[in-house]
Design a protein around this ligand. Structure first.
Ligand code: ES4
Ligand code: ZN
Length: 326
């Protein structure tokens, strides 16, 4: 119909996608077989049937299990290639990919295997389709700040292959302050800074991500509306929110998409973007997120165009590249 056509046609940037969350069950099983890795599920169907989440942690447990099949550089390449191909079909022209090195280095997979595999797929998508892409290294917030420092040090030989750092995994009980020193170090290194905040955690975590970590964007951030002063600040300072509607639905941040606050966020003057988060787990890629949200909320064609424009405004692009997209 008309909406699907408009959404399909708009060039978009995806700024909140965990590349390990793009691993489809079929690829998990193919890689498990290729690498002789044992899985706790006996088929694609039983694995997919386990994708019934009640909160963030119930998802993370199965997401880390899925990532256990990734061992070689080719595995990371194949995963990333499949995502970029799918994004290209949704007319996504630019992607900023989160990756979780600690999920892999903790299993004995070397940092170069992770980064080189993902980065080679990004380069090939640029050569073949003109798609631009960049990597954002995420620290797992359920682990210690010392572990994050070790991870940063292991990644420094590949500093030219990632543009920034983020903070993900279990939010509650792991506030931004826990990572103040490592983010200060990353800031000195000239890395872009983002953090998940205000997904399950309170608005105070959004405020401390800004005040203590000095992040440039907030991943999720949907709970900001509980604090009017914080919302006004996000609008005034044009801090983008990378919102992930189907993720919020599947992790029960909202009970129904019709209860999602995306329209209120836009009406508050925030730089909202739409993203897929972990598309293989949450039931949809970029355009699925747009269409499901537009079917559930009274959003217009102008809102769709605003969201697409915001995705490029919020991207970490150099001025000429941004100009080319707008
Ligand atoms: C994540 Cl939805 C979400 N939240 C926090 N951490 C994550 N890692 C992968 N997906
Ligand atoms: Zn996320």
């Amino acid at each position: 119909d008309a909406l699907r056509h408009i959404v399909q046609r708009m060039p978009k940037a995806e700024l909140h996608i965990h590349i390990e969350g793009s691993l489809e069950p079929e690829l998990i099983f193919a890689l498990a077989k290729r690498n002789n890795v044992a899985l706790a599920f006996d088929s694609v169907e039983t694995l997919r049937a386990a994708y019934a989440f009640t909160d963030l942690q119930s998802f993370l447990d199965i997401y880390y299990a899925g990532a256990s099949v990734l061992l070689t550089e080719q595995d990371f390449y194949d995963m990333t290639r499949a995502y970029l191909l799918r994004a290209q079909q949704d007319n996504v022209r630019h992607t900023e990919l989160f990756f979780d090195p600690q999920t892999h280095t903790a299993r004995g997979v070397a940092m170069d295997v992770v980064i080189n595999g993902i980065w080679r797929a990004v380069q090939d998508a640029h050569t073949e389709w003109g798609m631009t892409g960049a990597l954002i290294l995420c620290f797992l917030r359920h682990l210690s700040e010392d572990d994050a420092f070790d991870t940063l040090e292991q990644a420094m030989p590949y500093r030219d292959k990632f543009i920034g750092v983020g903070l993900d995994s279990s939010e509650l009980g792991h506030p931004p302050e826990k990572f103040a020193r490592v983010f200060a170090k990353c800031r000195q290194l000239g890395l872009h800074l983002v953090a998940h905040a205000g997904e399950e955690g309170p608005p105070a975590y959004i405020a401390s991500a800004l005040d203590v970590l000095h992040v440039e964007r907030i991943d999720h951030g949907v709970r900001c509306l509980e604090d009017a002063a914080l919302t006004a600040r996000l609008a005034r300072d044009k801090i983008p929110l990378t919102v992930c509607p189907l993720s919020n639905l599947k992790l029960r941040v909202v009970a129904q998409l019709s209860e999602h606050n995306l329209l209120q966020l836009l009406d508050a003057g925030l730089v909202v973007t739409v993203n897929s988060d972990d598309p293989a787990y949450f039931g949809g890629y970029m355009n699925d997120n747009f269409i499901a949200t537009f079917e559930a909320l009274p959003l217009t064609r102008q809102h769709a165009q605003q969201l697409a424009r915001n995705s490029f405004d919020a991207a970490f692009l150099d001025v000429p590249t941004r100009q080319r997209y707008l």
